[in-house]
Ligand binder design. Structure first.
Ligand code: ATP
Ligand code: ZN
Length: 304
């Protein structure tokens, strides 16, 4: 615990992260952002051979897509919805009175048609489906988004708004499984290039509640999720910095994505937790980037 608190405190003290008073909601310094941008660029260099189609969404998605995605079945506790004031002058006056009196003013806020993106790939699947059957070779996308998860924590590695870089593959089961295998390998190369210790292990998503227990077990039994873990907060509980997910036909069925042969498409994604990787780098190489080991600096900044 002490070590956790002290890493976050050190990050605040050096200004790498900026405290807001809300757990998991932090500002980032220019240096912190530069590390993220450099790592992101390194991912792009490593993944360039895929000729993935780049798409960027704002950190929110249509509520209708969110509802259909099934997220609420599995992770109702993590979701964040956007609410807004929809009243008239009278409602406005009442709102201001509430705020002035320190009372709860949020009761009048109404759900909008927007929710916060929980994982970078969520807005992608309906877009793939809308384009019609996949080409013979399947498709590969390059995504990056701020993601929201309602999981306040004192660990700097568990934030409520953080960035996820992803590659997503959709196609036949063979195409998609080959992609995941390849990235499990490349992901380890990538993390070794930046000088971090790691392990790879089978994992599960934090499915909610009693029904979720079964889903966690099934996911592990079928080895649908692997994580690349780096010790950041402690050696005993290393942090998942990359994840390699095989969704089978889950999103293909949900959204009606078809392969060139008319079969239900399979999907897989590799996710890079950009803040987590940056934090792991600061934890292992020190808070002063100019002092980082030469090979790490070279991997990130080149020989400038
Ligand atoms: P965890 O098991 O630690 O909650 P997860 O399995 O839910 O993570 P994924 O859904 O696989 O994570 O998300 C992809 C990547 O996004 C993770 O490997 C991680 O690096 C990053 N990530 C997930 N949740 C957070 C968070 N709360 N703060 C920062 N990064 C996160
Ligand atoms: Zn994904």
């Amino acid at each position: 615990m002490d070590q956790q608190a002290s890493l976050l405190d050190k990050l605040f003290a050096t200004g790498l992260l900026v405290e807001t008073g809300v757990q998991g909601l932090y500002g980032r310094s220019g240096v912190f952002e530069d590390v993220i941008a450099r790592f992101d660029a390194l991912v792009s260099r490593l993944g360039a051979f895929q000729k993935a189609e780049v798409l960027r969404f704002p950190p929110a998605m249509p509520r209708a897509w969110f509802e259909r995605s099934g997220y609420l079945k599995s992770f109702p506790n993590l979701a964040g919805t956007v609410h807004a004031f929809c009243g008239n002058d009278q409602d406005h006056a009442a709102l201001l009175e509430c705020v002035a009196a320190g009372d709860d003013w949020t009761g009048g806020q109404k759900a909008t048609d927007i929710v916060l993106t929980p994982a970078a790939c969520y807005p992608l699947y309906p877009v793939i489906a809308r384009r019609g059957a996949l080409p013979e070779g399947g498709v590969t996308f390059d995504l990056q988004s701020y993601c929201f998860r309602r999981e306040p924590s004192s660990e700097p590695t568990r934030q409520q708004l953080f960035r996820m870089r992803e590659y997503v593959r959709s196609g036949t089961p063979e195409q998609v499984q080959a992609f995941r295998e390849e990235w499990m390998d490349l992901g380890q190369k990538l993390i070794a290039m930046v000088g971090l210790p790691f392990t790879v292990d089978v994992a599960n998503d934090p499915f909610f509640g009693r029904a979720g227990r079964m889903m966690k077990m099934t996911q592990r039994e079928q080895a649908l999720k692997f994580e690349l873990l780096v010790p950041v907060n402690s050696e005993e509980n290393p942090t998942a910095c990359l994840s390699f997910n095989y969704h089978q036909d889950h999103f293909g069925k949900t959204w009606g994505i078809e392969t060139a042969d008319g079969a239900v498409a399979h999907t897989a994604c590799v996710g890079f937790g950009l803040e987590r990787v940056a934090l792991a780098l600061f934890r292992h190489h020190g808070l002063d980037v100019t002092e980082w080991p030469a090979p790490v600096r070279e991997a990130l900044w080149g020989t400038e």
